[in-house]
Design a protein around this ligand. Structure first.
Ligand code: SF4
Ligand code: MG
Length: 328
């Protein structure tokens, strides 16, 4: 499929009282139309900041894009003016956040909020906008949509609110959706339903989808490729099934081993020791070395490049081959 979005060597800095933090340090990834890229990482890994830079909603200050390109449908968005950028956002790319209650307007009915999208962007009449709001609510599986179109966000359950956020994102038929932890606040059953809906809509509309998550368990069934982030860098990319079968980076291996599995009941879960680094004090060499069970002297001094380790696969580990072989 044709490339929809290509992020190239993106860099984002945060300037705080403690100094300069390199929140995103040379991130590159690609999303094709109709494809799902999962971006996986712990909190503070830079996964959300990268997405905010792509969307053009980075809080600045303190965040600044200091380098790279965000090429979307052939244009570098970082070179567009504010107005042009705003037109792309909403109409061509939309974002779904974790917390619908704080993203939706609490004093407007959901029908009014959905309808406003059409009225503002397409000049639709009030009546027609309401009708389309009902259709969208039905499409995302809100029961009794016509009766509930005048209800306010707090009158819906968490799962239903997430569906309404998806409807908002879909309203203008964007080519790319970025979903940042879209199901994290929901219980497990509802998580699966919302994720299935997102995957279904993504296929139906042939959109690109970037799914940001800290939970490897959530993305297995819906992602085509995975990019694993650590300390503001991508440390591994792979087609999803390859990554699950044989990770090529010790960090990914640690994440996989810490997923609870039904067939390993009672067995103690492996957890990666230690904590991710403070973005203002990233360790030298490989940033993962203080936590890595395979670390050797070279890891403490030489930053690993992103090696090509197979078709569509990269790993930023000096010992990717051993890691890959060890997994087999
Ligand atoms: Fe571990 Fe060294 Fe590989 Fe970094 S480069 S992940 S420290 S083995
Ligand atoms: Mg986040």
């Amino acid at each position: 499929d044709a490339t929809l979005l290509e992020v190239r060597d993106l860099r984002v800095e945060f300037r705080t009282r403690d100094g300069v933090a390199q929140a995103v340090n040379g991130v590159s990834y690609r999303v094709a139309a109709g494809q799902t890229l999962a971006v996986l990482g712990e909190s503070g890994s830079g996964k959300s900041v990268t997405a905010q830079a792509v969307m053009g909603i980075l809080d600045s200050p303190p965040g600044f894009v200091t380098g790279g390109e965000v090429v979307f449908q052939g244009r570098d968005l970082l070179k567009l003016g504010k107005d042009e950028r705003r037109k792309v956002r909403g109409a061509k790319m939309a974002m779904i956040f974790q917390d619908a209650l704080s993203s939706l307007n609490p004093v407007l009915s959901v029908g009014a909020q959905l309808g406003e999208m059409f009225r503002v962007h397409e000049g639709t009449s009030r009546k027609e906008a309401r009708e389309r709001a009902v259709e969208l609510m039905e499409r995302v599986g809100i029961p009794a949509a016509r009766q509930r179109v005048g209800d306010y966000p707090h009158q819906f359950s968490g799962g239903m609110r997430q569906r309404i956020m998806i409807a908002m994102a879909l309203a203008l038929a964007p080519d790319l959706i970025i979903a940042d932890e879209p199901t994290t606040a929901l219980d497990v059953t509802v998580q699966a339903q919302v994720m299935d809906l997102l995957a279904e809509l993504q296929r139906e509309y042939h959109m690109g989808l970037i799914l940001i998550t800290h939970d490897l368990g959530v993305v297995a069934d819906v992602a085509d490729t995975i990019a694993v982030m650590y300390a503001g860098r991508i440390v591994e990319t792979a087609p999803v099934h390859h990554l699950y079968k044989a990770p090529a980076h010790p960090y990914t291996r640690g994440l996989l081993e810490s997923i609870p599995r039904l067939d390993h009941k009672g067995q103690e879960l492996y957890a990666i020791k230690g904590l991710p680094p403070n973005p203002a004090a990233i360790p030298p060499g490989c940033p993962f070395h203080p936590r890595c069970p395979l670390a050797r002297d070279v890891c403490r001094t030489d930053p690993p490049p992103l090696y090509d380790v197979g078709p569509g696969r990269t790993s930023a580990c000096h010992f990717w081959k051993e890691t890959l072989d060890g997994a087999r």
